[in-house]
Design a protein around this ligand. Structure first.
Ligand code: DON
Length: 306
């Protein structure tokens, strides 16, 4: 693979679009980010890291955290995860409540907010919110080899202060008996996982296990079983971008997860993990420039799974 030519091609493709899209402003601490930022990191199975732009700069991973918590829940609970959350695309916005009433408090999938709150609630039930956060952060530190990854306290507080919608989702699910802990405890844990700051380099490195059957190809740590790895990728492909998941699969053809901080994590099974960051979002909360960069990468590498 001629990575120099590929990165140049991506740079040319994204250049006219830098700064487009809308920076998330429903969490005030996120609204201040420079819309012209662009970073990308591609990590291969042998540890090779190909980077572009602001790949060193930490950003708020937001909903990308949902992929990591799902992998932890599958490890702890295996098939039982699916008793409390579905695995169908919602076709609705990330924070939608409409399906929860008809579907008796069982969220459509673990990557919408309601589903991710239930997943976090399962993990908090194991040993409390502090133990959950310690396990999540230890994973990030171990996999990326960087102990500096941390929760952005200001973003976490801002999420909580503006979190009425997530509180509504969580209480609604509690009314159906689908929350195991005090609602506020699980919500705080969820707000904090969303507020983790990571760079494209760290994020792609931490997710590499998802491209290699659940086992990190560099330190050989098994994070999830082969079957559960395949299932996480399937859920990312069908649900990772909410009501934009079909378009993302059509354009890019890789399992992915967006976050309103402007990050996208993509998995190229058998090849590597990719993290891209650019804060301007489309209407579904997916980075506009990030998706363009991934489209170009997939065209240049032939990495689409289709
Ligand atoms: O729950 C929220 O509102 C945020 N913490 C996460 C939302 C998010 O990243 C949606 N994704 N594109």
């Amino acid at each position: 693979m001629d990575w120099q030519a590929i990165t140049q091609r991506i740079e040319v493709a994204v250049a006219p679009h830098i700064g487009t899209g809308k920076v998330a402003d429903y969490i005030p601490a996120l609204a201040r980010v420079d819309p012209c930022k662009f970073g990308m990191a591609i990590v291969l199975g042998d540890g090779t890291m190909v980077t572009l732009g602001d790949s060193h700069e930490p950003f708020s991973i937001q909903s990308i955290s949902k992929v990591f918590t799902l992998s932890m829940a599958l490890r702890h609970y295996d098939e039982k995860v699916w008793d409390r959350v579905g695995r169908e695309p919602s076709g609705s916005a990330f924070n939608s409540i409409v399906q929860l009433e008809n579907e008796k408090g069982i969220p459509r999938n673990p990557l919408i907010n309601a589903g991710a709150i239930v997943v976090t609630d399962m993990l908090v039930a194991q040993g409390g919110s502090a133990a959950f956060e310690a396990e999540l952060m230890a994973r990030f530190h171990r996999l990326s080899g960087d102990d500096s990854i941390s929760v952005d306290e200001e973003v976490a507080e801002s999420e909580s202060a503006t979190g009425s919608r997530n509180r509504a989702l969580a209480h609604f699910m509690a009314a159906f008996g689908n929350m195991a802990n005090p609602v506020e405890e699980s919500l705080q844990a969820y707000f904090r996982q969303c507020a983790v700051r990571m760079s494209c380099r760290q994020l792609a490195r931490a997710a590499l296990f998802l491209a290699f059957d659940g086992c990190d190809p560099i330190n050989r740590e098994r994070l999830v079983s082969r079957e559960n790895c395949r299932r996480i990728n399937a859920v990312m492909m069908s649900c990772g971008h909410y009501d934009n998941s079909g378009d993302f699969a059509y354009r890019i053809g890789l399992p992915g997860k967006s976050g309103v901080g402007g990050g996208i994590l993509c998995i190229a099974p058998g090849h590597g993990a990719i993290a891209v960051w650019s804060p301007g979002l489309n209407a579904s909360g997916t980075s506009m420039v990030g998706a363009i960069a991934l489209e170009e990468l997939v065209e240049a590498t032939g990495w689409s799974v289709f």
